[in-house]
Write a protein that binds this ligand. Structure first.
Ligand code: ASP
Length: 310
């Protein structure tokens, strides 16, 4: 069994001028997560590190760079799940924190609950000493420009977002065969205030179970939730399907049953992994056995030793 970290940067269509930023971002996040594993960290430590990096990267729809709700504000969702204990923590519609994924982990580690939302999540963050950040520090010019564009009466924010997504997520297996997942998002463009998507919902935005594997999802949240995509894929793995085949079956089911497009990263406890999507593109990267794998379009798969300059 070889430890692995697999990361995604959102399903959709990445404009050409932003594709370098996306593939570079997921590659460095996967490397950062893998470094944590090499240093003796757990799969949970690794996925939180990888997703934290992507939240801090303004090119992605999570943390700084999140899309805006209809009022032009940032409300974020995140989840973590530990495959050893089935422990999970999530936050939804949370504001003014730089790293919702770390807050989700605190919910898992420090409370008896699974998900905290909105003001309650912010109060909990304060009580844990998590610094409060001004909302403006999470808003990029790009997200404000897209928000304004989507206020037009003939705009179609879902279509537009399926064009340019950037939710982030990671799955990992550590040296002890423990799996974990983490997912973080600003949600859907111009969403209603208070809208909660699939990301913080256990079984939809992610799921991890040492007896089957771990999945982090991205795509149109309202359809992902209808088919509980992450758990659906693990069900296929429990029935004997590989990580890759199960991911394809789950995505195909979501497309045929509810017309939803998306993408996933998946691992099994043996360290087999997959990065699959039904959208046009999904930036993804994986590191295993000191090799970086990455891709953006279906069928694209570049590899390079992580000791080479990137
Ligand atoms: N799944 C996210 C949501 O609906 C969006 C995305 O993956 O881009 O909130």
């Amino acid at each position: 069994m070889f430890p692995v970290v697999v990361v995604h940067g959102g399903a959709g269509h990445i404009p050409k001028e932003r594709s370098e930023l996306s593939t570079g971002g997921v590659s460095s996040a996967a490397r950062a997560g893998y470094l944590v594993l090499q240093g003796g960290g757990s799969s949970m430590d690794a996925v939180v590190e990888a997703v934290t990096q992507l939240e801090n990267n303004p090119s992605f729809n999570a943390g700084c760079g999140s899309v805006l709700n209809i009022r032009g504000e940032v409300e974020m969702d995140a989840i973590v799940m530990d495959g050893k204990t089935l422990g999970s923590g999530a936050v939804s519609a949370v504001r003014n924190v730089a790293n919702p994924v770390q807050l989700a982990r605190l919910v898992m580690d420090k409370t008896s609950h699974v998900c905290l939302t909105a003001d309650g999540a912010s109060k909990f963050a304060r009580s844990m000493g998590v610094p409060e950040v001004p909302m403006d520090s999470l808003i990029t010019q790009y997200s404000r420009m897209r928000w304004e564009k989507n206020l037009a009466p003939d705009a179609n924010p879902v279509e537009c977002q399926m064009g340019k997504m950037g939710t982030v997520g990671a799955v990992a297996v550590d040296g002890e065969g423990n799996v974990a997942c983490a997912t973080s998002t600003g949600g859907m463009l111009n969403k209603m205030e208070g809208r909660v998507g699939d990301t913080p919902c256990i079984g939809s935005g992610g799921y991890a179970d040492n007896q089957a594997g771990a999945v982090s999802t991205t795509g149109h949240g309202e359809t992902i939730m209808k088919v509980t995509l992450a758990r659906h894929i693990l069900f296929h793995m429990e029935q004997g399907q590989s990580a890759e085949a199960a991911s394809d079956l789950g995505l195909a089911y979501m497309k045929s049953r509810v017309g939803g497009l998306g993408g996933v990263v998946t691992v099994d406890p043996q360290g087999n992994w997959a990065a699959r999507f039904s959208s046009l593109q999904m930036a993804w990267a994986a590191v295993q056995k000191d090799t970086l794998h990455r891709g953006l379009y279906a069928g694209e798969h570049f590899t390079q030793s992580i000791h080479e300059p990137h």
